[in-house]
Design a protein around this ligand. Structure first.
Ligand code: GUN
Length: 174
């Protein structure tokens, strides 16, 4: 969809199309809609990032808590959002053996017990080996470092999800 078409969407449609660019946080799309018209897809991304940055720390943690565990029970039971399903699949998290899944489950639980929110990493920029490595490494950080790092990962996930929704190709005005 090109930017002109996006700018003419009523908020119901905008939220239904962009509501999951930040995982399970449609309120963010609902909030940034007021900032139309957007000059570009990058401007939508900037508005989302500004909204996230303006949140109190508890709000940022809330966004992290809306994310399902990687290779967690939502993946096993088929209840992931389509975006998360695709990203976790691309990282190979749907093709792990039982031992790998249980190691991941243990590390995710340890991470959540330590920080109070789930481990979030941009799955599309990683594979299952680098995800496990980062999970191990990041367990050594402080809570403030992890809150900030998780939010940066959310922004990266959002950037890639937006990229697949916004096309500037003038030949294909949808
Ligand atoms: N990275 C990309 N998608 C997701 C997700 O749904 N959950 C977590 N924890 N990380 C992600």
């Amino acid at each position: 969809m090109d930017i002109e078409a996006i700018n003419s969407l009523p908020y119901e449609d905008f939220v239904s199309i962009f509501g999951n660019v930040v995982e399970r946080c449609p309120i963010i799309a609902a909030a940034v809609w007021s900032g139309r018209p957007f000059p570009s897809g990058a401007a939508i991304e900037a508005a989302i990032n500004a909204f996230i940055e303006a949140l109190p720390e508890s709000g940022k943690e809330g966004i992290l808590r809306c994310h399902p565990d990687l290779a967690g029970k939502d993946l096993q039971s088929g209840t992931l959002t389509p975006e998360s399903r695709e990203e976790q699949g691309a990282a190979g998290l749907d093709r792990m053996g039982a031992a790998e899944v249980s190691r991941m489950t243990r590390l995710n639980a340890e991470y959540k017990a330590r920080f109070g929110f789930p481990f979030v990493v941009c799955a599309r920029m990683n594979d299952r080996t680098s995800i496990v490595e980062q999970l191990r490494e990041r367990l050594g950080n402080t809570q403030a470092q992890e809150r900030a790092r998780g939010v940066e990962e959310v922004k990266e996930i959002c950037r890639l999800r937006l990229q697949s929704l916004v096309h500037s190709d003038q030949k294909h005005k949808l």
